[in-house]
Structure formats: structure tokens, C-alpha cells
Design a protein around this ligand. Structure first.
Ligand code: NIG
Ligand code: FE
Length: 399
């Protein structure tokens, strides 16, 4: 028995397929969308939707429909709170990678259920702001047992799980960081591979060097994981060439970038994963050079980078507003980066757009135009969120 749903009266449908509509977002006004068994089979004008008695029809009442946000970078397997660290930072203490260790202690002390419930709570928040696909990293266990269980629990929520055993060197290895790299490359990787799709390393000041990162990513690739990287968040490093050489699906943060870095990225398949919530919440001296990246032809993804230290937000619309206001991206570029860009960063073609064959994952906005995502910062515009053509969140109708 197939399940067919026809969505009618969509005021504005963002397909992210240029040939299907107007502009880079392929926008169709007064649109309709048909999904069979959770997959988009037709888009066009609402008046052309053919209804049959066996088709469920959902009237969208003129609302805007956009592809569900694809969050390609999250650190939601953790326990504890670092609000004091945030307050101290706002009083002038700079952000450093060392704060991660506070969360490692709390995470190791937490039960499986505490970790599971915290992740579920944050994923519910994501859905409420229109996110339908999420990548989840480990990285607050930093020993074999805790990294493995973080990934095992993360797999309950997504296939896009990322082994980030190389987040920082834990306290017990502070005098022998290369021994920790050995552990990550051998015993930890072996245990974590069954629960991981990706491997990531924090390559930066206070975390791992470019050479250590190369070793770790290469070991992961040899065991079938796909690489991605945290890079140049805290300082201009020399890791871009290595990231491109290893074909990292995304290089994330990139607060610091040279002209040469941008040229190197432009000739690669590596997506620039920009996480402006981190610059915002760490009061970084600058935001990434999004304009230069896009003008050079680099594909850009946006993500909230949800984590308890540098960016404790799950909210993609907030990042769209930051991207437009602070990084000079157009609204179209920012919406594209938060949807299609995220999918590209996860090397997925089934999400991040609403063309034929896509998963029917979308957000419905209480707004007359998708520009409102940036124009109305901080306002919860998501009326409902749909995954595989089924509603997974609604805030209901206002009286
Ligand atoms: O993406 N940069 C590395 N990891 C996280 C921060 C982790 C933390 O401070 O707990 C990030 O910003
Ligand atoms: Fe991160």
C-alpha cells in the first residue's frame, strides 16, 4: 500500500533546483508538492495538483515551504553545562580549546540515558527550528569506552555519525600527546568504526597539529571512514592543503583563511562549513570570509555547531541571520548553504532540496517570504516540520 500526500496552496516553495523555478533557489509561487512514501514525486503549481480519492491532501494556507535544514556539524553527545565559562568570556576571558575538558569530565560521569536524553532534547530543538537532517560527533569521551558509547547512542539518531576522538588531548595524556594519537589511531578507532560514518579532527592551536591530524584522518580512511575536519578556528594554520589532499567532505570553522587557502578550496570538492554561532558566542575578532569563498566558487555550508562551549545553539535560522548580517551572504546564499550546502558537506543528494526523488523533508514558515528567516532574527517562524512527508513538529495555529 503506497502512501501519497499532496500539499497544496504553498505560497512559495523553495526547491533548490534552479530549473524548477526562479533564481538559485528554484522558487515556485503558489506551488504544490506530491510525495509518495515520503519521497517527492512531483512539484509544480498548486492548481495543477491532481487529486484522487486515495490521496491525502494537506492545505498549506499560503505558507512558505523550504527544504529542511541539513545540519552537517553538531557536538550534541555531552553532559554538563558551561554557562559560567560563557559569562567569564563575555567579561573578557578568551575562548580556548581547553574548555572541552570540562565537558569531558561531565560526559564520562553521565549515564547512557543522560547522554541519550540530552541529545534527544537538542534534536527536538532542531526540529522546532526546521532542521530535518543532523550529523552528530563524539569528542567528549576521549577514552575508548566513552567515545564508543557516544557513537553507539548517536547512531540511534542518525547515520551521519562522526568519530571525533581527536577533539583535544585528554588530561591523562597531557605529557604524552603522541601516545594519545596512537590510542586514537588504533584501539579507539577499532572500537568506534562500527558506529561511525565519518572521522573528524580538531586541527588547531591547543588541539592537534597538521601532522597529527594527517595521521589520524589517514588511519580512519584506511578503515573505511570518510574524513572531515575542524580547521583554522583559533589561528591561521597550514591544514587546508592537507584537508583537500585527503578529500575531506568539509573543512569547518575557517575563521582564519589566507587567499591561497581560498584558491585551494576553490579547486576541490571540500565544502567550507561555516559556523558563525561560534564566532558570535566566543566573540571572535572576525567572521569567516564567506563572501570571498563564494565569489571564488567554493561551496559553503552553514551549521549552528551546537556544543556546550563555543556555540550552544541548535538554531539554523539564527545562523542564516548571522551569515547575512555578519558575513555578507545574500539571503538566497544563506538559505542554500543551510540546506543544499549542508547536504553537500555530508555528500548526500537525497536531502537539502525538494526536487523529484528527494526525501520529502521540509519546514513550513509562518511568513510571506523566506527572506523573513534573516529579516526577523530570533523570531520562531517555523510553523511545522515534516520528515518523509509526515509532520514531526508543529507549533499549531495562532488564534
Ligand atoms: O566546534 N572546535 C572544536 N570543537 C567545538 C568546541 C568544543 C567546546 O568548546 O566544547 C567547536 O567549536
Ligand atoms: Fe565543531
Amino acid at each position: 500500500m503506497t502512501h501519497t500526500v499532496a500539499f497544496t496552496n504553498i505560497g512559495q516553495l523553495v526547491t533548490n533546483n534552479e530549473p524548477l523555478g526562479e533564481g538559485m533557489l528554484g522558487v515556485i509561487e503558489n506551488a504544490g508538492l506530491v510525495a509518495i512514501d515520503g519521497v517527492v514525486t512531483w512539484v509544480g503549481e498548486s492548481k495543477d495538483v491532481t487529486s484522487h480519492s486515495d490521496v491525502a491532501t494537506v492545505d498549506m494556507h499560503g505558507r512558505v515551504v523550504i527544504p529542511g535544514f541539513v545540519d552537517s556539524h553538531s557536538h550534541i553527545m555531552f553532559a554538563g553545562d558551561r554557562s559560567q565559562e560563557f559569562a567569564a568570556r563575555m567579561a573578557g576571558i578568551p575562548y580556548s580549546a581547553g574548555g572541552i575538558k570540562t565537558t569531558v569530565n561531565a560526559t564520562r560521569a553521565a549515564s547512557d540515558d543522560e547522554l541519550r536524553h540530552n541529545a534527544a532534547r537538542l534534536i527536538a530543538e532542531m526540529r522546532e527550528s526546521g532542521t530535518t537532517t543532523v550529523e552528530i560527533k563524539s569528542g567528549y569521551g576521549l577514552d575508548v569506552a566513552n567515545e564508543t558509547r557516544s557513537l553507539r547512542i548517536a547512531r540511534e539518531f542518525t547515520q551521519d555519525t562522526t568519530f571525533l576522538g581527536a577533539h583535544v588531548v585528554p588530561a591523562e595524556f597531557s605529557n604524552s600527546p603522541d601516545d594519545y594519537v596512537d590510542l586514537v589511531c588504533e584501539a579507539m578507532l577499532n572500537e568506534c568504526v562500527p558506529y561511525s560514518t565519518w572521522i573528524d579532527v580538531f586541527c588547531d592551536i591547543g588541539a592537534f597539529t597538521t601532522e597529527q591530524t594527517r595521521r589520524i584522518l589517514t588511519a580512519g580512511i584506511a578503515r573505511g571512514l570518510k574524513p572531515r575536519i575542524h580547521l583554522n578556528q583559533l589561528a591561521q594554520g597550514d591544514g587546508i592543503a592537507m584537508a583537500v589532499e585527503l578529500d575531506c567532505a568539509s573543512a569547518d570553522h575557517l575563521t582564519y583563511l589566507s587567499d591561497d587557502d581560498i584558491t585551494t578550496l576553490a579547486s576541490s570538492n571540500t565544502v567550507a562549513g561555516l559556523v558563525p554561532g561560534a564566532e558570535f558566542s566566543t566573540r571572535a575578532p572576525q567572521y569567516p570570509r564567506a563572501r570571498d569563498l563564494i565569489d571564488a566558487g567554493v561551496s559553503v555550508a552553514l551549521s549552528p555547531d551546537c556544543n556546550p562551549g563555543s556555540s550552544y545553539t541548535t538554531n539554523m535560522p539564527f545562523c542564516i541571520a548571522l551569515a547575512v548580517r555578519e558575513m555578507h551572504m545574500s539571503v538566497d546564499e544563506a538559505v542554500f548553504a543551510a540546506t543544499h550546502g549542508g547536504a553537500q558537506a555530508l555528500r548526500r543528494t537525497d536531502v537539502g532540496h525538494l526536487g523529484i526523488g528527494a526525501q520529502a523533508d521540509f519546514a513550513v514558515l509562518d511568513a510571506p517570504h523566506y527572506i523573513h528567516l534573516a529579516y526577523r532574527p530570533g523570531v520562531p517562524l517555523v510553523h511545522s516540520t515534516w520528515q518523509h512527508a509526515r509532520m514531526t513538529f508543529t507549533k499549531g495555529d495562532r488564534a
